[in-house]
Design a protein around this ligand. Structure first.
Ligand SMILES: Nc1nc2c(c(CN[C@H]3C=C[C@H](O)[C@@H]3O)cn2[C@@H]2O[C@H](COP(=O)(O)O)[C@@H](O)[C@H]2O)c(=O)[nH]1
Length: 366
């Protein structure tokens, strides 16, 4: 072999060594932002309007300051747990196992609703109300041992827990039972039935906890193929909102202490795309816009749905960066912005001021 010819054997050995080499940084990443940016860069039915995003950054910052949004805001909601203990952790885990798909095509009077504390609760709040009511009625609905008890924790039990004050049942009840069963089994097999052990396994990293949930629990593995990309797009909405709710409930201490909490992104549900469109930040192609306005089904994992979710995550990230640029001292992160945006669209809904319906995808992911 002449001197100027490369030693192919040596090159192959070097490549093998580098492939196996750990990344220099030991800090875990969820990959959600990377996937969201990829979807945004390849989207043709969703687009971001940078001027509206810039204006939104100013308005969102001002409103969040005015309402002093902080982790403590979370517990101020009437139905959320007020303690910072194992019971609250179990409540949040149960809640975020089931935190999906509450929307109904029926009128407000006929839609699924939970009557509790002399009020009618719908949507996300119907979930929280049902869990609180079940505990008061002596049903250990937040206990993972109960979820595995095939005699006690049955579909009928869940129908009782989520019994409606209208004729409509909560959607996807069988899927909800499967989520509880699977989670009970995984907690038993991998975490000695202890949520404290699950939190400890993440060693203080929010990203690591999200990754553990996605690795060990099928029902948290919210990732989907997009445009033939080799790696699936990781959205991980309920895994992320679980970490965010624990962080908020415990106000960044105890079980809620995460050194990298700012790695958590906005939670890609069916409400945030709606408010981002209403703010003019997220635009839809005429066909997608008509489909959303006609409340037509957009299948889970479809190209349109992935664009809606991925572009919404990226949109909130760009607004967050603009807020940070304008106010470097601000502690605002994607979680608090997300909580604010959800509360904002719910206020608009209550006031009859929605400018576009939320999109219709029925799934266990959000
Ligand atoms: N992105 C995002 N999605 C959120 C929430 C919440 C509730 N968070 C509370 C806690 C702190 C905040 O201050 C909120 O008060 C529920 N959801 C999702 O929305 C959908 C329910 O909609 P509807 O059927 O209309 O209630 C469903 O996918 C549910 O998972 C959020 O905060 N962010």
């Amino acid at each position: 072999m002449s001197d100027d010819e490369p030693d192919l054997e040596l090159l192959a050995l070097l490549r093998q060594h580098l492939r196996g080499k750990q990344t220099t940084s030991e800090e875990p990443e969820t990959g959600v932002l990377e996937g969201a940016e990829y979807v945004y860069n390849n989207a043709i039915d969703c687009a971001l309007d940078m001027r509206s995003c810039k204006n939104a950054a100013i308005a969102i910052y001002e409103q969040m300051q005015l309402k002093s949004y902080s982790p403590a805001t979370w517990a101020t909601h009437e139905l959320h747990p007020k303690t910072k203990d194992e019971a609250a952790l179990a409540f949040i885990f149960t809640m975020d196992l089931l935190n999906f798909s509450f929307w109904s095509e029926k009128s407000d009077a006929d839609r699924f609703a939970i009557f509790y504390k002399d009020k009618r609760w719908t949507g996300y709040w119907s979930l929280v109300a049902a869990l609180q009511r079940a505990l008061e009625e002596g049903i250990p609905i937040t206990d993972s041992h109960f979820w595995q008890d095939q005699e006690e924790c049955t579909l009928d039990t869940l129908k009782r827990v989520f019994r409606s004050c209208t004729d409509e049942e909560m959607p996807l009840l069988e899927e909800r039972l499967s989520c509880l069963r699977e989670a009970g089994t995984v907690l038993y097999e991998k975490y000695q039935c202890s949520l404290a052990n699950l939190i400890k396994a993440a060693d203080g990293s929010a990203a690591a906890l999200v990754n553990l949930l996605a690795r060990d629990f099928d029902c948290f593995r919210d990732e989907h193929r997009y445009e033939g990309r080799r790696k699936p797009i990781r959205v991980l909405k309920r895994a992320q909102i679980f970490v965010a709710d624990v962080w908020a409930c415990f106000e960044g201490e105890g079980y809620g202490e995460f050194r990298d909490i700012d790695k958590i992104t906005m939670f890609a549900d069916y409400r945030i795309p709606q408010i981002l469109n209403s703010l003019g930040c997220l635009g839809f192609s005429p066909l997608l816009d008509a489909t959303v306005r006609d409340k037509k089904d957009i299948p889970s994992g479809s190209n349109w749905e992935m664009q809606l979710r991925g572009c919404s995550i990226w949109c909130v990230e760009l607004i967050r960066r603009e807020i940070k640029r304008q106010h470097p001292e601000s502690k605002i992160n994607a979680i608090l912005m997300d909580f604010f945006l959800y509360d904002l669209i719910k206020e608009m809904e209550a006031a009859g001021q929605e400018t576009i319906p939320h999109h219709r995808t029925r799934s266990i992911w959000y």
